[in-house]
Ligand binder design. Sequence first.
Ligand code: GEK
Length: 324
Amino acid sequence: MRDTTADVRLAEILHGGPLEDITYFASETYLYSRKHGLTDRWLAMYDALPDVTPSSIDLESMVRIGTRDDVSEEQYQNILAAARTQIPWRKGPWSLFGVEIDSEWRSDMKWDRLLPHISPLAGRRVMDVGSGNAYHCYRAYGEGARFVLGVDPHPAYFFQYRLIQHYLRELPVFVVPVTLDQFPSKSAWFDTVFSMGVLYHRRSPFDHLFQLFESLRPGGELILETLVVDGEEGYALTPPDRYCRMHNVWFLPSVATTESWLRRCGFENIRTVDVNVTCQAEQRTTEWMPFQSLIDGLHPDNPALSIEGLPAPKRAITIANVPA
Ligand SMILES: Nc1ncnc2c1ncn2[C@@H]1O[C@H](C[S@+](CC[C@H]([NH3+])C(=O)[O-])CC(=O)[O-])[C@@H](O)[C@H]1O
């Protein structure tokens, strides 16, 4: 068993509330029970991490944990080597004691697009569904959230979060490596819920939207970010096969359709605050994600199309509230 600080702290926060039972998912016992092939690699990485305390942290203008001066050359090399064992880093960027992890996605660009439009996060309970390695969870904490819960079933991203969390153990920011379907329904507990980059991966988009609705308290706010296509209300594109080489994309609604789906699920005050064609400055191959990226999913002769001939990725941010 490794450090159990996270389990204990999460249990304290959730004690007596509607989500008390999910504490188990944050436990090492649950992790080992999944017997994932990456677990051994992660444990070896975790053992090699030096114990250092960051002299300063910035989660507001970026994610920076400590500085190069906080660590010796040997400690720096150990952290660098540990971070490299967790390649590919898809979400970031992270600055960890001077190790600059330049991830595939500039996740800060999405954050900058949404932040001016959402209710201030200060004092709020926040959930980020599809949190990946928790980049946006830490940014939410940087805006003053009092508790942030990331939800993402992908073990590799969870282990990246645990690497970062090793140096931010005192913060009330947690990730559970499961899907939202494994949560008790109708917790009505969160003030703000993010679902970004998840809806199009769900085969049943309405079930996902209802789950988000039921996890929010009355008056609570949803920030939904999803791939969209041009079209009238009612139109949604189902790719006949892959989309930008991804095999798990099911529905690309128009903006008007996205909003109508939210209305149908009971949300109100629905407004789309940003529509953005993804550019290569935001999603690209880097040293920390050396595999295929956006450019490989676009048509070689026409970047307005995906490689399959469908519209190139365009993303909308829509905000909506549960009735008060
Ligand atoms: N049912 C599910 N429940 C929870 N997570 C899920 C589920 N299905 C898939 N995921 C997770 O949702 C994330 C989608 S990426 C967005 C990351 C971040 N939000 C971002 O906005 O940059 C998509 C993208 O970047 O295109 C992955 O980490 C999946 O493991």
